[in-house]
Ligand binder design. Structure first.
Ligand code: GCU
Length: 394
């Protein structure tokens, strides 16, 4: 009984707002500012990315000047599943303090070749590495169903957060950030725009895209990025920064991800900064209980994907991540997508649990149930991304 009560308290802390009627009035910063024509958008987009860098996620290291890849592969056939290739890629580059490497596991469909390169789903994953690297069991929290993905002719790659920035407030800067002299030991104190863990994870995902660009059997024009929860926040930010990701998806990413901070529904800026100070840049703390002072809100992150495709997956019982706030970010990104010729989304378009809405380059679904990445979510992501890739090719 006590355990059940404690669990309930963890899942839905009571001091936070879960009542739509208590969402305060708010005014969002404008998406377009002075921009009013498609040709103005690249510059406005760059300004938006810079604002998020300075106020929310922090400045990442520059892309390495040279990068090398080593691979080892095995063919795997599990009963009832398509034959696939498991490829371990070691990505190595020079940093100011010497060589650094990270590993990515890719599962390719049989038959991927230079003539038929496979589109790729890049999953930022925060569960520890395991062998087999990618489980086929749904109960896992950031589950990765490589069988159905391969059956759809796509590859899936797993970027492990621990390789670049351990998800730990004491150790997050002990790897990549240390290699670049951006760790607390070297700097003494984190600067206001110091790189946080979410940005470092996305930076690592971009190094995998560097690999896709030279791997003949992967289609670098059709690479999606996604993640669940904290990794969903990282995926949206990685997609905003790196326009080579053509489809950008977050699953239940909530505060600091797809959800509008000004709604203060479920998790708040003050709470996330208290619990996970290493995820963001130190300046983000100045917006604790002060969301209206933020020069951005998360609708601008969705907008930064335009004219590429962006998707948010929510879960109906995941109040902590504010499913409606996740949907409204997509809605409020209207000006950027309208500029690119897409239809508008309206607040009334929000689906009931079990529903999906896709308009132009934006998609959303509300899975019945709680906080998790499920087969249901993946099916929708596969469908959305393949449709987007097809539309882009037509
Ligand atoms: C916590 C955190 C969320 C985060 C989640 C997760 O619940 O408050 O912001 O999304 O962990 O990553 O699982």
């Amino acid at each position: 009984m006590l355990a059940a009560l404690l669990l309930a308290a963890v899942a839905a802390p009571q001091e936070f707002n879960y009542d739509e009627a208590k969402v305060p009035d708010y005014t969002l910063p404008p998406v377009l500012a002075e921009a009013d024509a498609p040709e103005d958008w690249p510059q406005r987009r760059a300004e938006i990315v810079k604002l998020f860098e300075q106020h929310v996620y922090g400045v990442t290291p520059p892309a390495p000047e040279s990068i090398a890849f080593e691979t080892s592969s095995e063919t795997v056939q599990w009963e009832g599943w398509p034959e696939v290739e498991w490829r371990d890629v070691t990505i190595a580059y020079e940093t100011p303090s010497g060589p650094f490497s990270q590993g990515v596991t890719v599962v390719l469909p049989a038959g991927a070749s230079a003539e038929k390169p496979a589109p790729v789903f890049t999953l930022i994953r925060y569960t520890p590495r395991s062998r087999p690297p990618i489980s086929k069991d749904e109960p896992e929290r950031d589950y990765c169903p490589w069988g159905p993905i391969a059956a759809a002719g796509c590859a899936v790659a797993v970027v492990y957060v621990d390789d670049v920035a351990p998800d730990d407030k004491e150790r997050f800067d002990s790897k990549l950030l240390k290699a670049y002299g951006l760790d607390r030991e070297t700097l003494g104190e984190r600067p206001a725009d110091g790189c946080g863990a979410l940005a470092a994870w996305g930076w690592g995902a971009s190094r995998f895209l560097d690999y896709c660009e030279q791997a003949e059997d992967l289609d670098a024009e059709r690479v999606a990025i996604l993640g669940h929860s904290r990794a969903g926040k990282a995926a949206w930010w990685a997609g905003a920064r790196d326009p080579r990701f053509s489809v950008v998806i977050s699953n239940n990413s909530g505060c600091g991800g797809a959800a509008l901070s000004r709604r203060r529904f479920g998790e708040t800026v003050a709470k996330i900064n208290d619990s996970f100070p290493h995820w963001f840049c130190p300046r983000f703390r100045t917006y604790d209980n002060n969301e209206d002072a933020l020069p951005v809100d998360q609708h601008m992150l969705a907008a930064a994907m335009a004219p590429r495709a962006v998707y948010a997956g929510s879960a109906s019982e995941d109040g902590w991540a504010d499913p409606r706030g996740e949907f409204l970010s997509l809605v409020e990104a209207n000006p950027a997508f309208a500029l690119c010729g897409d239809p508008r989304l309206a607040p009334e378009d929000m689906p009931e649990p079990g529903g999906v809405v896709t308009k132009g380059r934006r998609g959303y679904h509300l899975r019945p149930g709680g906080h998790s990445l499920k087969k249901y979510d993946w099916e929708r992501y596969l469908q959305f991304a393949t449709e987007q890739w097809k539309n882009a090719a037509d």
